[in-house]
Design a protein around this ligand. Structure first.
Ligand code: ADP
Ligand code: MG
Length: 736
């Protein structure tokens, strides 16, 4: 049972900040500009750091050359122009033990921020100027402003929390701390919605303690347990929402049971076929290769999902080149074997078109039963629906989907607009779909149902080649089951990646392109990312192609592919490159995802540091798809360490999962989580790597709680979740 006494977070969410004692109109506005409107918002503004006043560095014993945080009062401030014409603000800061000079260049506003009497924390390396210790352009946290009421020293405990003060909004850390303290005192004890059995087991402090411990610690040792509890709560809420969503989907599901014969998944290339053999069997037997163990395992997962009374909702993760396409096609064919249709969605038109081409090739010769045609058999029909299909053709395809004379449709998101109706949509596969959030997927699923005359939930397989570390996947894809293709097809030769720093190395790179072309292979050259518009980027790609064709790659046939080209033009170029009429393809990142030309064995990435690590790995994955040794060259000098770390990581590893970990380290999880949810993001303190154990604990607590009665027994938790979902979703998730 939870403690039923105390105030709920949602009640705090109902109290406007303007009801606090020192918050008038101006501060209400200032807080609003930081997204803080109510007391709950305020309590989730967490301290950036703490100063332990008992251990403060004395200004008299600062060591030159070391970083230090000094706390003191401004005694003098002045500004002048240097000989070079820069504005220089000079501030003298003192504590009981000594003083230090602080200078700011080109920050004239500091004079207003730091009038005499302000107490602030300054953080920088301690330097020396004319024998005096000095800090230059430090980070500043104003703790106590110049006005009277903020200087009530009774509020200065042993430990002072430093908040992300905002110079722009004109709020000091001290003021924010004051509002928070008032809020906590007036709120009194907080209701703890987490059952005490759970708290005991995970050794979590209670909620009241957690908010006091993080905001008003009496000792620094209070902070860590407080943070732990708050992080757990963040994860718990998120996992509860995911578990509830899942439960809802399952309850409202009218799934299609697709019968799949496990023996069909086990066929070897060239296995015998009977007239009655399924499409799945025909397809798999028709390959020149056997499935990898990983592919078999994943297909077994999928077959079990498809045969079950619940709709499949599965994420397939597999590094670039691990063979996801075969899995996707088998899934679609299983739906067709069951008398239904399949849809394959790709993120870009280029990829959709390529999928169409390779699907048609892969599925050539397969036929389906159709009572309406003479002989009861007709060829499998695969069609493309994209923004570029002409209206007349489009209508023919739409009719075909509506009467099921089209079996598989390939396209972009445009596939699921309102006028696209299926007779019986059985399975949807989404390729390379890592950029979309939970809601978008839910919408997609709902559409699947509404758009099908049959009104059943299609099975859904979401594929991504951007490996996501496990913890991040639990957050971003927490409502999906997961399968991983963790094995490459045999015979793959790891790509050799070089970072060409010196001119000699760059020359070798172009020489390698010529050598490989001489062997009948092909090369990609990826143009730098250009800030601004696609048009500007296209222009620079055009120029680069000309430059290379006249220079380093003179004599080779060099094609061009960029985002501003028209569809048929792009197709034409891809076809020429595939056929070998073009030796080299100079392209912008339009080729990033999924382009598959087995003869391509070199990829040169210009200004490689401009791309993200995942993107670079994707780009590199355009080569090494056949059995020849392939090469990747990274060009350009990174202007910062981070860029260098990325390029070196790529040189060191071909393993997408390892690179994803590096990436997460470099970028933090913010970017990954960005697409997670619209509206309010609840992960403020949590750090996926550091708090992995709490995430796992929260997931298992959430699924146990939701399993019992869909949270029916935990009204307080439901109440709290309402803070994070809009009304529509709340109705959907919480109705009993
Ligand atoms: P991705 O996972 O990047 O989408 P693909 O499905 O495009 O990878 O597969 C990459 C290449 O590997 C393709 O040329 C495909 O035909 C081939 N392939 C897939 N599975 C196997 C296998 N089991 N054995 C050998 N080659 C395979
Ligand atoms: Mg692919």
């Amino acid at each position: 049972m939870s403690d039923s006494a105390g105030r709920r977070l949602r009640q705090l969410g109902d109290v406007a900040v303007s009801q606090l004692r020192h918050v008038g109109e101006k501060r209400t506005e200032a807080l609003a500009s930081l997204g803080i409107e109510n007391v709950f918002d305020l309590l989730t503004v967490y301290p950036r750091r703490y100063i332990d006043r008992t251990k403060r560095v004395d200004l008299s014993d600062l060591t030159v050359g070391e970083e230090a945080a000094v706390f003191g009062e401004v005694k003098k401030v002045s500004s002048r122009r240097t000989k070079q014409g820069k504005v220089m603000v000079e501030v003298s800061v003192a504590d009981d033990g000594g003083s230090i000079k602080i200078v700011f260049f080109n920050q004239a506003w500091r004079e207003r921020q730091l009038p005499v009497g302000v107490q602030a924390l300054f953080f920088a390396k301690v330097g020396e100027y004319k024998g005096q210790r000095q800090m230059t352009n430090p980070v500043v946290d104003v703790i106590v402003g110049p006005s009277g009421d903020e200087r009530d020293l009774s509020r200065v405990g042993r430990v002072v929390a430093i908040y992300p003060a905002s110079g722009k909004a004109g709020l000091t850390s001290w003021e924010i701390g004051g509002f928070i303290e008032e809020s906590l005192r007036r709120a009194g004890p907080l209701l703890d919605p987490v059952p005490s059995s759970v708290r005991d087991e995970l050794e979590l402090v209670d909620r009241t303690q957690s908010y006091w411990g993080i905001h008003l610690p009496t000792d620094l040792a209070d902070v860590a347990p407080a943070r732990r509890r708050l992080v757990f709560d963040e994860f718990l809420r998120l996992q509860l929402l995911l578990a509830l969503r899942r439960r809802r989907l399952e309850q409202s599901a009218t799934a299609i049971r697709h019968p799949i014969d496990p023996e069909d998944l086990d066929v070897e290339p060239g296995a015998a076929l009977l007239p009655s053999s399924t499409l799945v069997r025909r397809f798999l037997a028709g390959h020149h290769f056997a499935l990898t163990n990983a592919q078999r395992r994943v297909l077994a997962d999928i077959a079990a999902d498809m045969a079950s009374p619940l709709p499949m909702h599965r994420l397939l993760q597999g590094d670039v080149g691990s063979g996801k396409t075969v899995v996707a096609l088998t899934t679609l064919l299983a739906a067709i074997d069951g008398g239904r249709q399949g849809a394959l969605m790709a993120p870009t038109e280029v990829l959709a078109e390529q999928h169409l081409a390779s699907l048609r090739k892969d599925l050539e010769g397969l036929s389906v039963h159709d009572e309406r045609v003479l002989g009861g058999e007709r060829p499998l029909s695969i069609q493309l629906l994209s923004g570029r299909v002409r209206a007349r053709d489009r209508q023919v395809i739409l009719d075909g989907l509506a009467d099921a004379s089209v079996d598989i449709v390939v396209g972009t998101h445009a596939l699921l607009t309102d006028d696209v109706r299926f007779k019986a949509l059985g399975a949807i596969v989404i390729d390379e779909q890592h950029r979309f959030g939970v809601e978008q997927r839910a919408t997609l699923r709902d559409k699947g149902k509404q758009h099908s005359e049959e009104r059943a939930d299609p099975d859904l397989l979401v594929m991504t080649a951007t490996p996501i570390p496990r913890t991040a996947a639990m957050v971003v894809f927490g409502d999906l089951d997961r399968s991983v293709l963790d094995e490459m097809p045999v015979g793959r030769v790891p790509i050799i990646t070089s970072w060409a720093r010196e001119q000699r190395e760059v020359n070798e790179c172009w020489q390698k392109v010529r050598d490989e072309v001489a062997k009948g292979r092909r090369a990609y050259v990826i143009c730098p990312l250009v800030e601004g518009s696609e048009r500007v980027e296209a222009t620079s790609a055009v120029e680069e192609r000309t430059r290379l064709a006249l220079g380093e790659l003179r004599g080779l046939s060099v094609g061009l592919l960029h985002g501003q080209m028209k569809g048929p033009e792009k197709e034409e170029v891809m076809a020429q490159f595939r056929a070998g009429d073009l030796n080299v393809l100079v392209a912008t990142v339009v080729i990033e995802v999924g382009v598959d030309v087995a003869e391509a064995s070199v990829i040169v990435i210009e200004d490689a540091w401009r791309f993200g690590l995942a993107q670079l790995h994707q780009l590199r994955g355009r080569v090494g798809r056949g059995d020849a040794q392939s090469f990747c060259y990274l060009l350009g000098a990174p202007p910062n360490d981070e860029g260098a770390v990325r390029l070196q990581a790529l040189v060191d590893s071909n393993d997408g999962f390892a690179l994803a970990e590096v990436d997460l380290d470099l970028r933090g999880e913010g970017t990954l989580l960005g697409a997670r949810q619209r509206g309010r993001s609840d992960l403020r303190l949590a750090n996926l790597r550091r708090d992995e154990d709490l995430l796992i604990a929260a997931q298992s607590v959430a699924s146990a709680l939701v399993q019992v009665d869909g949270l029916g027994l935990e009204p307080e938790l439901v109440d709290e979740l309402r803070l994070f979902v809009d009304d529509d979703e709340a109705d959907y998730l919480f109705k009993s």
